[in-house]
Ligand binder design. Sequence first.
Ligand SMILES: Cc1ncc(COP(=O)(O)O)c(C=O)c1O
Length: 429
Amino acid sequence: MMNSLTDRDRRVIWHPYTQHKGFLPPIPVVKGKDSLLFDDQGNAYIDAVSSWWVTIHGHANPYIAERLYRQALLLEQVIFTGFTHEPAVALAERLLPLLPGPFSRIFYSDNGSTAVEVAIKMAIQFWSNQDRPRQKVLAFRHSYHGDTFGAMSVSERSVFTDPFRDYLFEPVFIDTPTRENIGDLRAFLQRHGRDIAGFIYEPLLQGAGGMRIYEAGLLDQLLTMATGQGILCIADEVMTGFGRTGRLFAGEYLEHKADIICLSKGLTGGTMALGVTATTERIFEAFLSDNKRKTLFHGHSFTANPLACTAALASLDLVQREEFGKNIQRIADRHQAFLGTLRSYPIAGNPRALGTVLAFEINTGADGYINTIGADITREALARGIYLRPLGNTAYFMPPYCITEKEMDQVYDFLVHCLIKFSALPVTS
Ligand SMILES: Cc1ncc(COP(=O)(O)O)c(C=O)c1O
């Protein structure tokens, strides 16, 4: 089959996060339904990673598709400076009251990284517009905020960012809070806080940095301290938003509310690219001026694309149905129960779960993104009709909320199979 989709792909495509040398041919996916992806041979795969953490209601949702079709016949795209449209305004009106904090303005972009870029720019320019520039941005170690340069700059330095090291701006990195280090972190903020424009964090759960969970109460202490120093708090909820952590937003676990919040991924139910950076009136007002230089000079061709906004509005309809919350709770309960099973395998390091996310390390002695355990697991899972994509030796399971009990069992059984298999192997160092 010289002209299969895979062959055509091999000739013309450069895939993301993919070393093309020695790379296994990608699977031609022809359709999706609920939690399943189907290849051109009719094989089904459970999407156990929600297609890079975006798919919340399942694939090819007919309700969202119908709304998109109707909107596409009406208005598919329009420049968003000098023009406005119903889906953009309606989405802002509908989203703002749902957000965890007193947000009053929505700035649209088109993915998670751009939502973060906008947030960083807002925080820095907030200070420079008031002629009180602050020099630094604060971020957590092990964070991941995206792949554009600003987003990379505030992300943990890693194999992802190594070649660009000299081109990234240097934030102040601190550890995520623990009961042991919280006193030091507070003292650090007390000393250096006045130089810091904004503090960006993934609330409660650091995703690409290894599915690391940390305590809401400790983050609250840090945020309170940061705000006391005038630092603008930027919650990156690109991954945690729309139910992932068990509540609609991770910020709902926190007393202290952010000044800026970044959203994408589940925002459109995972159907279309859209980014939101929401902020408060205080920040918006710092950009109001007769001096044109105080404008936020940022925008993208597809800012507030009417189709993407429509998908988000349709997704919110589904979010507000009773079964949405019930499904999240159902998955969260099952993950919690499965932690007991994981704990009985010493090779499963630090089993943990938050909402619909379950994670653990496979302790074979080799940590890190580059090791091959992840690729081995992905390969074997595919043969069993499951798509999993560990982060190095961190295995995680993050399904669309419509996943069935039977599909969950299949994934849990496979994870147990991996633990038994890896337990039998000699430990490497
Ligand atoms: C917390 C967080 N922020 C930002 C991003 C970047 O989003 P995108 O891939 O849409 O640029 C991601 C992506 O995984 C993320 O997990």
